[in-house]
Design a protein around this ligand. Structure first.
Ligand code: PLP
Length: 279
Protein backbone atom coordinates (compact mmCIF):
# COMPACT_ATOMS: atom_id res chain seq x y z
CA UNK A 1 0.00 0.00 0.00
CA UNK A 2 1.24 3.50 -0.73
CA UNK A 3 2.39 5.40 2.34
CA UNK A 4 0.15 8.32 1.56
CA UNK A 5 -3.60 8.17 1.13
CA UNK A 6 -6.03 10.83 -0.04
CA UNK A 7 -8.75 12.11 2.25
CA UNK A 8 -10.96 15.12 1.50
CA UNK A 9 -8.41 17.14 -0.45
CA UNK A 10 -5.30 16.16 1.53
CA UNK A 11 -2.56 13.56 1.18
CA UNK A 12 -1.52 12.07 4.49
CA UNK A 13 -0.19 8.84 6.03
CA UNK A 14 -2.80 6.09 6.33
CA UNK A 15 -2.46 6.05 10.13
CA UNK A 16 -3.45 9.72 10.24
CA UNK A 17 -6.40 9.42 7.86
CA UNK A 18 -9.41 9.42 10.18
CA UNK A 19 -13.12 10.01 9.74
CA UNK A 20 -15.77 10.56 12.39
CA UNK A 21 -17.77 7.63 13.80
CA UNK A 22 -20.76 9.73 12.74
CA UNK A 23 -19.74 9.44 9.08
CA UNK A 24 -22.67 7.92 7.22
CA UNK A 25 -20.30 5.51 5.50
CA UNK A 26 -19.65 3.97 8.92
CA UNK A 27 -23.19 4.23 10.32
CA UNK A 28 -25.24 3.24 7.26
CA UNK A 29 -22.84 2.00 4.58
CA UNK A 30 -24.17 5.10 2.80
CA UNK A 31 -21.63 5.42 0.01
CA UNK A 32 -20.21 4.03 -3.20
CA UNK A 33 -16.77 2.91 -4.33
CA UNK A 34 -14.58 2.00 -7.26
CA UNK A 35 -11.61 -0.30 -7.74
CA UNK A 36 -9.39 0.81 -10.61
CA UNK A 37 -6.40 -1.31 -11.68
CA UNK A 38 -3.11 0.39 -12.47
CA UNK A 39 -0.69 -1.35 -14.83
CA UNK A 40 2.80 0.10 -15.39
CA UNK A 41 1.69 3.32 -13.75
CA UNK A 42 -1.39 3.68 -16.00
CA UNK A 43 -4.96 3.70 -14.76
CA UNK A 44 -6.76 0.94 -16.66
CA UNK A 45 -9.97 2.04 -18.43
CA UNK A 46 -10.20 5.08 -16.16
CA UNK A 47 -13.00 6.72 -18.18
CA UNK A 48 -15.15 3.59 -17.87
CA UNK A 49 -14.60 3.45 -14.12
CA UNK A 50 -15.57 7.11 -13.74
CA UNK A 51 -18.68 6.63 -15.89
CA UNK A 52 -19.69 3.75 -13.60
CA UNK A 53 -18.84 5.81 -10.52
CA UNK A 54 -21.18 8.54 -11.76
CA UNK A 55 -23.94 5.95 -12.31
CA UNK A 56 -23.42 4.77 -8.72
CA UNK A 57 -23.41 8.34 -7.36
CA UNK A 58 -26.60 9.19 -9.29
CA UNK A 59 -28.12 5.93 -8.04
CA UNK A 60 -27.68 7.02 -4.41
CA UNK A 61 -28.52 10.68 -5.14
CA UNK A 62 -25.10 11.94 -4.14
CA UNK A 63 -23.90 14.81 -6.30
CA UNK A 64 -20.17 15.10 -6.89
CA UNK A 65 -19.24 16.51 -10.23
CA UNK A 66 -15.60 15.82 -10.99
CA UNK A 67 -14.15 15.30 -14.43
CA UNK A 68 -12.03 12.29 -15.37
CA UNK A 69 -9.01 14.63 -15.42
CA UNK A 70 -9.78 15.83 -11.88
CA UNK A 71 -10.03 12.26 -10.61
CA UNK A 72 -6.82 11.36 -12.40
CA UNK A 73 -5.05 14.30 -10.74
CA UNK A 74 -6.20 13.01 -7.34
CA UNK A 75 -5.00 9.45 -8.02
CA UNK A 76 -1.62 10.10 -9.65
CA UNK A 77 0.30 11.10 -6.47
CA UNK A 78 -0.85 7.82 -4.87
CA UNK A 79 0.76 5.57 -7.48
CA UNK A 80 3.84 4.24 -5.79
CA UNK A 81 5.57 1.83 -8.16
CA UNK A 82 5.57 0.12 -11.54
CA UNK A 83 4.00 -2.99 -9.99
CA UNK A 84 0.40 -3.92 -10.72
CA UNK A 85 -1.65 -1.87 -8.31
CA UNK A 86 -5.19 -0.65 -7.80
CA UNK A 87 -6.81 2.51 -6.61
CA UNK A 88 -9.58 2.03 -4.06
CA UNK A 89 -11.89 5.05 -4.10
CA UNK A 90 -14.75 5.46 -1.63
CA UNK A 91 -17.23 8.29 -1.38
CA UNK A 92 -19.70 8.41 1.48
CA UNK A 93 -22.50 10.85 2.22
CA UNK A 94 -20.20 12.27 4.87
CA UNK A 95 -20.55 13.41 8.43
CA UNK A 96 -23.90 14.30 9.97
CA UNK A 97 -24.20 15.71 13.49
CA UNK A 98 -26.99 13.27 14.31
CA UNK A 99 -27.73 9.69 13.27
CA UNK A 100 -30.78 10.01 11.08
CA UNK A 101 -31.70 8.08 7.93
CA UNK A 102 -32.71 11.21 5.97
CA UNK A 103 -29.94 13.00 4.10
CA UNK A 104 -28.09 15.74 6.02
CA UNK A 105 -28.34 19.29 4.68
CA UNK A 106 -25.88 20.31 3.44
CA UNK A 107 -24.12 17.09 2.41
CA UNK A 108 -20.35 17.15 2.62
CA UNK A 109 -19.17 13.89 1.07
CA UNK A 110 -16.18 12.05 2.49
CA UNK A 111 -13.80 11.21 -0.37
CA UNK A 112 -11.09 8.66 0.35
CA UNK A 113 -8.59 7.02 -2.01
CA UNK A 114 -5.65 4.71 -1.49
CA UNK A 115 -3.39 2.61 -3.67
CA UNK A 116 -2.51 -1.04 -2.98
CA UNK A 117 -0.55 -3.74 -4.79
CA UNK A 118 -2.50 -6.30 -6.78
CA UNK A 119 -1.42 -9.69 -5.50
CA UNK A 120 -1.51 -12.15 -8.43
CA UNK A 121 -4.43 -14.51 -7.81
CA UNK A 122 -3.23 -18.11 -8.02
CA UNK A 123 -6.71 -19.32 -8.97
CA UNK A 124 -6.35 -17.55 -12.32
CA UNK A 125 -3.82 -20.21 -13.31
CA UNK A 126 -5.10 -23.27 -11.43
CA UNK A 127 -8.83 -22.60 -11.58
CA UNK A 128 -11.08 -22.36 -8.52
CA UNK A 129 -13.96 -24.18 -6.90
CA UNK A 130 -17.26 -22.30 -6.65
CA UNK A 131 -20.67 -22.96 -5.20
CA UNK A 132 -24.08 -21.66 -6.15
CA UNK A 133 -26.02 -19.70 -3.56
CA UNK A 134 -29.27 -17.77 -3.47
CA UNK A 135 -28.68 -14.13 -4.38
CA UNK A 136 -29.73 -12.43 -1.15
CA UNK A 137 -28.69 -8.92 -2.23
CA UNK A 138 -30.90 -5.89 -2.86
CA UNK A 139 -32.60 -4.79 -6.10
CA UNK A 140 -29.91 -2.26 -7.21
CA UNK A 141 -26.84 -4.39 -7.76
CA UNK A 142 -25.85 -2.03 -10.61
CA UNK A 143 -24.81 0.47 -7.91
CA UNK A 144 -21.32 -0.22 -6.55
CA UNK A 145 -22.44 0.44 -2.99
CA UNK A 146 -20.17 0.19 0.04
CA UNK A 147 -23.00 -1.59 1.91
CA UNK A 148 -21.62 -5.08 1.19
CA UNK A 149 -23.07 -7.19 3.98
CA UNK A 150 -24.82 -9.69 1.70
CA UNK A 151 -21.76 -10.24 -0.56
CA UNK A 152 -19.55 -10.54 2.53
CA UNK A 153 -21.77 -13.31 3.95
CA UNK A 154 -22.08 -15.03 0.57
CA UNK A 155 -18.32 -15.00 -0.08
CA UNK A 156 -17.68 -16.30 3.44
CA UNK A 157 -20.16 -19.12 2.94
CA UNK A 158 -18.19 -20.08 -0.18
CA UNK A 159 -14.88 -19.89 1.70
CA UNK A 160 -16.30 -21.98 4.54
CA UNK A 161 -16.95 -24.71 1.94
CA UNK A 162 -13.44 -24.48 0.50
CA UNK A 163 -14.64 -22.52 -2.53
CA UNK A 164 -13.14 -19.24 -3.74
CA UNK A 165 -16.35 -17.69 -5.04
CA UNK A 166 -20.13 -17.91 -4.76
CA UNK A 167 -22.13 -17.87 -8.00
CA UNK A 168 -25.46 -16.25 -7.27
CA UNK A 169 -28.91 -17.35 -8.46
CA UNK A 170 -32.04 -15.22 -8.53
CA UNK A 171 -35.35 -16.79 -9.60
CA UNK A 172 -33.45 -19.74 -11.10
CA UNK A 173 -31.03 -17.62 -13.15
CA UNK A 174 -27.38 -16.74 -12.66
CA UNK A 175 -26.81 -13.11 -11.78
CA UNK A 176 -23.10 -12.80 -10.95
CA UNK A 177 -20.49 -13.76 -8.36
CA UNK A 178 -20.29 -12.33 -4.83
CA UNK A 179 -17.61 -9.94 -6.15
CA UNK A 180 -17.34 -10.81 -9.85
CA UNK A 181 -19.25 -11.24 -13.10
CA UNK A 182 -19.93 -14.69 -14.53
CA UNK A 183 -19.32 -16.12 -18.01
CA UNK A 184 -20.17 -19.64 -19.20
CA UNK A 185 -19.31 -21.52 -22.39
CA UNK A 186 -22.43 -23.44 -23.41
CA UNK A 187 -22.63 -25.29 -26.74
CA UNK A 188 -19.44 -23.52 -27.82
CA UNK A 189 -20.84 -20.06 -27.17
CA UNK A 190 -19.58 -17.67 -24.50
CA UNK A 191 -22.53 -16.24 -22.54
CA UNK A 192 -22.74 -13.68 -19.75
CA UNK A 193 -25.93 -12.49 -18.03
CA UNK A 194 -27.39 -9.28 -19.47
CA UNK A 195 -26.63 -5.88 -18.04
CA UNK A 196 -29.46 -4.82 -15.75
CA UNK A 197 -30.03 -3.91 -12.09
CA UNK A 198 -29.30 -7.51 -11.02
CA UNK A 199 -25.59 -7.17 -11.79
CA UNK A 200 -22.72 -4.74 -11.58
CA UNK A 201 -21.60 -3.65 -15.04
CA UNK A 202 -18.07 -5.00 -14.64
CA UNK A 203 -15.30 -3.27 -16.54
CA UNK A 204 -13.50 -6.61 -16.97
CA UNK A 205 -16.76 -7.99 -18.40
CA UNK A 206 -16.86 -5.13 -20.93
CA UNK A 207 -13.27 -5.79 -21.99
CA UNK A 208 -14.03 -9.49 -22.51
CA UNK A 209 -17.10 -8.70 -24.61
CA UNK A 210 -15.03 -6.33 -26.74
CA UNK A 211 -12.18 -8.82 -27.15
CA UNK A 212 -14.61 -11.61 -28.08
CA UNK A 213 -16.15 -9.42 -30.74
CA UNK A 214 -12.79 -8.24 -32.10
CA UNK A 215 -11.46 -11.81 -32.33
CA UNK A 216 -14.57 -13.54 -33.65
CA UNK A 217 -15.18 -15.58 -30.49
CA UNK A 218 -18.87 -16.55 -30.39
CA UNK A 219 -20.24 -14.54 -27.50
CA UNK A 220 -23.47 -12.94 -26.36
CA UNK A 221 -25.27 -11.49 -23.38
CA UNK A 222 -28.05 -13.83 -22.36
CA UNK A 223 -29.73 -15.44 -19.41
CA UNK A 224 -28.07 -18.49 -17.89
CA UNK A 225 -30.52 -20.78 -16.15
CA UNK A 226 -29.35 -22.70 -13.09
CA UNK A 227 -29.71 -26.02 -14.98
CA UNK A 228 -27.63 -24.69 -17.91
CA UNK A 229 -24.63 -24.36 -15.61
CA UNK A 230 -24.47 -28.15 -15.50
CA UNK A 231 -24.09 -28.19 -19.33
CA UNK A 232 -21.37 -25.54 -19.38
CA UNK A 233 -18.00 -26.73 -20.68
CA UNK A 234 -16.40 -23.70 -19.02
CA UNK A 235 -17.41 -21.20 -16.33
CA UNK A 236 -15.39 -18.09 -15.45
CA UNK A 237 -15.67 -15.36 -12.87
CA UNK A 238 -14.19 -11.96 -13.73
CA UNK A 239 -13.14 -8.88 -11.80
CA UNK A 240 -10.57 -6.09 -11.89
CA UNK A 241 -8.18 -7.47 -9.30
CA UNK A 242 -8.49 -11.20 -10.14
CA UNK A 243 -9.05 -10.75 -13.89
CA UNK A 244 -10.47 -13.87 -15.59
CA UNK A 245 -10.66 -16.89 -13.30
CA UNK A 246 -11.74 -20.31 -14.54
CA UNK A 247 -14.12 -22.28 -12.31
CA UNK A 248 -13.09 -25.93 -12.51
CA UNK A 249 -15.57 -27.30 -9.98
CA UNK A 250 -19.05 -26.09 -9.09
CA UNK A 251 -21.16 -27.51 -6.28
CA UNK A 252 -18.69 -30.39 -6.02
CA UNK A 253 -18.91 -31.37 -9.72
CA UNK A 254 -16.19 -30.87 -12.32
CA UNK A 255 -16.81 -28.20 -14.95
CA UNK A 256 -15.90 -29.67 -18.36
CA UNK A 257 -12.86 -31.87 -17.84
CA UNK A 258 -12.04 -30.16 -14.53
CA UNK A 259 -9.26 -28.00 -15.96
CA UNK A 260 -9.14 -24.42 -17.26
CA UNK A 261 -10.66 -24.74 -20.73
CA UNK A 262 -9.50 -23.66 -24.21
CA UNK A 263 -11.80 -20.64 -24.51
CA UNK A 264 -10.44 -19.38 -21.18
CA UNK A 265 -6.84 -19.93 -22.36
CA UNK A 266 -7.54 -17.93 -25.49
CA UNK A 267 -9.38 -15.10 -23.74
CA UNK A 268 -6.82 -14.89 -20.94
CA UNK A 269 -4.03 -14.52 -23.53
CA UNK A 270 -6.01 -11.82 -25.34
CA UNK A 271 -6.70 -10.04 -22.05
CA UNK A 272 -3.03 -10.09 -21.01
CA UNK A 273 -1.98 -8.83 -24.45
CA UNK A 274 -4.57 -6.04 -24.22
CA UNK A 275 -3.22 -5.00 -20.81
CA UNK A 276 0.32 -4.95 -22.21
CA UNK A 277 -0.77 -2.89 -25.19
CA UNK A 278 -2.08 -0.14 -22.88
CA UNK A 279 0.90 -0.19 -20.52
C1 PLP B 1 -20.69 -7.72 -7.45
C2 PLP B 1 -19.60 -7.50 -8.45
N1 PLP B 1 -19.82 -7.80 -9.73
C3 PLP B 1 -18.87 -7.64 -10.66
C4 PLP B 1 -17.60 -7.18 -10.33
C5 PLP B 1 -16.56 -7.04 -11.39
O1 PLP B 1 -16.40 -5.69 -11.76
P1 PLP B 1 -15.03 -5.17 -12.35
O2 PLP B 1 -14.68 -6.06 -13.51
O3 PLP B 1 -15.32 -3.78 -12.79
O4 PLP B 1 -14.02 -5.25 -11.25
C6 PLP B 1 -17.33 -6.85 -8.99
C7 PLP B 1 -16.01 -6.34 -8.62
O5 PLP B 1 -15.68 -6.23 -7.48
C8 PLP B 1 -18.36 -7.01 -8.03
O6 PLP B 1 -18.15 -6.70 -6.74
Amino acid sequence: MSEQVYLNGRYLPLAEANVSVLDRGFLFGDGVYEVIPVYSGRLFRLEDHIVRLNVSLAGIRLLLDKTVAEWQAIFMPLLASDKDQYIYLQISRGYAAKRDHGFPDPVEPTVFAMCSDIKPFAGRITGIKALTLNDTRWARCDIKATALLAPVLLRQEALDQDCAEAILLRNGYVTEGAASNVFAVIDGELITPPRNADILAGITRDVILELAQAHAIACREGIIAEEALADASEIWVTSSTREIVPVIEIDGKAVGDGKPGPVFQRMDALFQAYKQSLA
